[in-house]
Design a protein around this ligand. Structure first.
Ligand code: SAH
Length: 350
């Protein structure tokens, strides 16, 4: 049975700085307390109000009666030898969603956040799509994931980068994603600069243009995965009725508006989109576009029939792109032992 207080507790992460200040003011308390509380949550990584030792004891009690900090719980925590850690969250309604912390040797501490529970895009090779779409994540749920990932770091390490590349399609949940990223970017939140925040999209021209108009300067990554419409429609059904032409011109518009070079992601699937002619075709369609191509060797998913190309095939693909003047990187897999690709950990726990 739920107690009334539990039902009426306000999620503190849903309060904007202005709203939280108003809560203090309305109770005749100084507004700077709101900043103190936010600092405890975002910077000092407090797990509960009882840890906020520079607040009067009775105020700590009162906050704990009225607000909750966490709405979900960590249902599973996996670690891999390369430093990647993955959390499987159970949200208040019982739905499960993943997020990941990635470490590299250049002291980057990158978190990969989900935007939705499940996904409606049904990309042929992606584990998230198999179980379909459930619902959007709220802004406070997304921020909560970021904070819990931050809590995995030792005190002297900070998060440096954020990628919205977990479960779901972020451009179909801008109402959740944009306020969450605003809190993550804000100096009063996690203070991670917009240039170190990436939104990865399946490639919806309308959403890309909308984001460009907002001019919020996040780095945009487009999941292209194929150099022609026929193949892209097989791998990425969202391409149907849209087409690569419309997608690339929306991406060009994003660059025009923001000055930010777009990244094209290309998952390499053995014998499907990894042939030299695919590389040449890709170079052809991206020629003259300021861009970066990120080649991602496929991370195998048990229920799906795709395979990872041999590393020589991947290297040759990259070489053809480079010969044609494209800036190319191969994103070597991190965390594959912990099912780090989109949707894999959730499936292994269902
Ligand atoms: N919906 C967004 C963000 C989520 S997926 C998008 O499509 O970009 C993040 C990236 O991981 C996408 O490029 C996606 O195609 C890729 N991906 C999904 N499953 C994968 C797998 N098993 N191996 C490698 N990359 C995968």
């Amino acid at each position: 049975m739920l107690y009334l207080e539990e039902i009426f507790m306000l999620p503190i992460l849903a309060q904007s700085p202005v709203q939280l200040e108003a809560w203090f003011r309305e109770r005749g308390l100084p507004a700077y307390r709101a900043r103190q509380v936010r600092k405890w949550i975002f910077e000092r990584r407090a797990a509960g109000f009882d840890e906020m030792t520079d607040l009067p004891l009775d105020l700590r009690g009162r906050l704990a009666e009225e607000f909750s900090i966490w709405s979900g719980r960590v249902a599973a925590h996996a670690k891999s030898a390369d430093g990647a850690e993955k959390l499987l969250f159970e949200q208040a309604d019982g739905n499960r969603v993943e997020c990941v912390l990635l470490r590299d040797d250049r002291r980057h501490r990158t978190i990969c956040l989900s935007s939705q529970i499940g996904c409606a895009m049904q990309c042929a090779f992606c584990a998230t799509g198999i179980d379909g779409f459930v619902r959007n994540l709220s802004a406070e749920e997304i921020v909560e994931h970021a904070l819990q990932l931050q809590r995995l770091l030792p005190d002297d390490e900070r998060l440096s980068n954020v990628v919205v590349m977990g479960m779901g399609e972020p451009l179909l949940n801008l109402d959740g994603v944009l306020p969450a990223l605003a809190a993550i970017a804000s100096p009063e939140g996690l203070g991670i600069g917009v240039r170190r925040i990436t939104i990865s999209t399946v490639g919806l021209p309308k959403g890309i243009r909308q984001l460009a108009e907002m001019n919020c300067l996040y780095h945009l990554a487009v999941s292209l995965h194929a150099p022609n419409d026929e193949l892209r429609e097989r791998l990425v059904p969202a391409n149907r009725g849209v087409g690569i032409g419309a997608l690339l011109s929306a991406a060009d518009y994003y660059f025009e508006k923001t000055g930010r070079r777009v990244t094209y992601e290309y998952v390499l699937l053995a014998e499907i989109n990894d042939r030299p002619e695919h590389a040449r075709q890709l170079a052809e369609i991206l020629r003259g576009r300021p861009s970066l191509v990120n080649l991602i060797p496929y991370n195998p998913t048990p229920d799906l029939p795709f395979r990872t190309p041999a590393s020589a095939v991947t290297a040759q693909f990259a070489e053809i792109l480079a010969e044609n003047g494209l800036t190319t990187a191969i994103r070597y897999r991190k965390g594959d032992r912990i099912s780090a690709a989109c949707g894999q950990l959730r499936r292994s726990h269902s």
